[in-house]
Design a protein around this ligand. Sequence first.
Ligand code: GLN
Length: 248
Amino acid sequence: MAERLRVCALYPQLMSIYADRGNLLLLERRCAWRGIGFELSRVGHGDTLDPDAHDLFYMGGGQDRDQRLVADDLVTHKRAALHAAAARGAAILAVCGGYQLLGHHYELGQERIAGIGLVDAHTVRAPGGTETRLVGNVAMEVTLPGLDGPRVLAGFENHGGRTHLGPDASPLGRVIKGHGNTGASGFEGVLDGGIVGTYLHGPLLPKNAWFADWLVQTALGRDELAPLDDRLEDAAHASARRAAGFPI
Ligand code: GLN
């Protein structure tokens, strides 16, 4: 059978803000241009999750309210499947609100929203209103398994939560411009094999096509993918880096 990438969008109705659909579309196009099939499943509240049916799991951003709505279902009905999928080498990309739920919990004052504990991290909502949110363009240096040397990921963050990594977690990257996990640690996101959590939302993958390709090759267990004509994608990446004040 021809090769295909099986992508699972988790809670596409509730955990999808700031162009999360565009990220999925980019994955689909880059697979199509290479002759790789693409299958998208949407798994929402109350649905069963088959750990073996997908190569790449995607959970987008969500505000506190949406996170409350999905957290119980995620922990009760999808936690075991996501742990099993990660253990057999599936890739997982969780963005912002989704990233926060990969950790142990998300604390908002007296309230504690449970996460699935797939990574050793927890998030605490900063007290105060919009003035305490960490907002703006970000550039960070990342070193990913299988790629030669560090690369730059550029994107946009907007979060009230501060994510603290435990001793068993490694960050996705080192912040060059922007706030990152806590605004003070100098690190952004989390990386564990093919599991990625990041605060960079918006059109993360269109701004960083090289990173989308890394996700695809990791999810498919490939060493590399055929190169594409990336002039437009390179221009999008350069523009995102300029916005963050870290031009090429
Ligand atoms: N509710 C989370 C926070 O503000 C995540 C927000 C988001 O996904 N943009 O920290």
